[in-house]
Design a protein around this ligand. Sequence first.
Ligand SMILES: [Ca+2]
Length: 241
Amino acid sequence: MTRIATIRAVLSGAALALAGLGTHAQAPGPDRVALNGFAIDRHEVTIFQFTEFARATGLTTAAEREGGGHVWGQGWERRAGWSFRRPFGAAADSTQWPAVHVSWNEARAYCAWAGGRLPTRAEWTSAAYTEQRGGAQAGFTRGRTYPYPTGDTASGANTNGTDRWPRLAAAGTTRPGVNGLYDMGANAWEWLADRRGEDALTAGGSWWYGEDQMRAESMQWKPASFYAVYVGLRCVYDAQR
Ligand SMILES: [Ca+2]
């Protein structure tokens, strides 16, 4: 690398660091895990983070505009006042809860604002199930592909099973899984980049489902314009060259 190119690279890195500070001040900083060719959010995008995005861009989500988000009851039921800010219609217990009630387009826009993009199915699958960190990592073996994002069992994830989270769980409170990532399995379904006509893919299951939905073969297509209390997001970021 020439000297000027080196200086440019350093300045570019500094600008990115400053941009990160600008968009995430007050929050636990952007916490990303570097994998092969990309980095991924360690946690699902939180209410705090999505609120910053909405404030910065002037976004009013479809759930807010259209009278509230959805929950499963007798079929899909709309609930007045439910939104990413108030996932169950009241102030959230924690702004570190995942942001839910967001459509695929809103999720995609968030990731672009954060300097990333929605993960592809291949990226999300690689990150969720195949350990890639070097060295000894809390019981996970480099190169091994696990049945659950939490490893050999779903224990410690926020499903509808026996756990300490009746509904959503705050970022970082469940058991960390493969690659040190939280909640790739359960808590909130996560929008992926993959589209099939009007539908988009979601991965990982949610607090409302059991452990089977945490597995790779359980991904579900949902209408991209849909939003519900079970569906959130996280982003990936292309490696800097
Ligand atoms: Ca999840």
